[in-house]
Design a binder for this molecule. Sequence first.
Ligand code: X2X
Length: 331
Amino acid sequence: MTITRISLAALAASAIMAIAAQAETLRLSHNVGDTTTWQQGAEKFGELLSEKTGGAYDVRVFPNAQLSGGDQMKQAEMVGRGALDLVVTSAINVTPLVPEMAVFSLPYMYSDYAQVDATTQGQAVKPLEAILDQKGIKVLAWGENGFRELTNNSRPVKSPADMKGLNIRVAGPMYIDVMNALGANPQQMQWSETLTALQQGVVDGQENPIGAVIIPQQVYEMQKYLTTWHYSYDPLFLGISKAKWDSLDAETQAKFQEAATEAMAFQRQISREGTDKGVAFLKEKGMEVYEPTPEELAAFREATKPAFDTWAAKVGPDLVKSFQDAVASAQ
Ligand code: X2X
């Protein structure tokens, strides 16, 4: 009796070890710090995937674009050719590979989350998913970086005139045009170098979402002024290399899909919660927060219109129109 018990236990233990030994480790890259909602969403995906596949897969999360030498724009291309298994990144970082991805972040495309969800959680994103698929990236689910808000260390910004001459770090090419339209001096820089640049005063300011980035990366430690101008929205997506995806059987694919959908729903939720509570938190931390009136927002929208038009042409009028239609349907 005792012997049977022992050997059963030993058998169970060796079975567990065999499963653990067989677990395949997938590498997931993202390009912000490990305190962010990007990291939390990525970790959640790993947990859910492991659960759903009985431990067959293990996701290792690499923050700060470590796996692409600090280059946040290179991750998508690496996933595309199968050099990385998985990526969580924002649409902006994919615009060098797929210019159409700029559609989300066109200045003042959206004014609220209902409008955002009408696109990212609906049919409007399907043509983008098809383009990414051709580049070797299968989009599993859409998450959220969020509405990008301006911070700087020089002065409160209430109008386009206040932007004149400010040195603003930007992530990608569209924002160079937007900042130029506002009279600021844009400087494109990797996120991984931006915190140091802000600290050392190399640039006066930057723009990023409150819940996903500004708070978890403690941007308030080095920036005095924040303007909630909601000028540009930025989604995240969780993507898998098409080569990896195509190697999975249908049942396993369904588990990846479920894990991704749940993880990105969680990630959107915590980003929004962080943003909702964020302004009060940032004031507590000593930031001077300016929330523009509807008239002031209209002035920013008007001033950024030339950049909207330039980039709408690059994105393509049909895609822009389908996004605008989805946005209008949410009202
Ligand atoms: O670099 C940025 O500003 C960030 C973190 O928001 C992006 O990845 C676009």
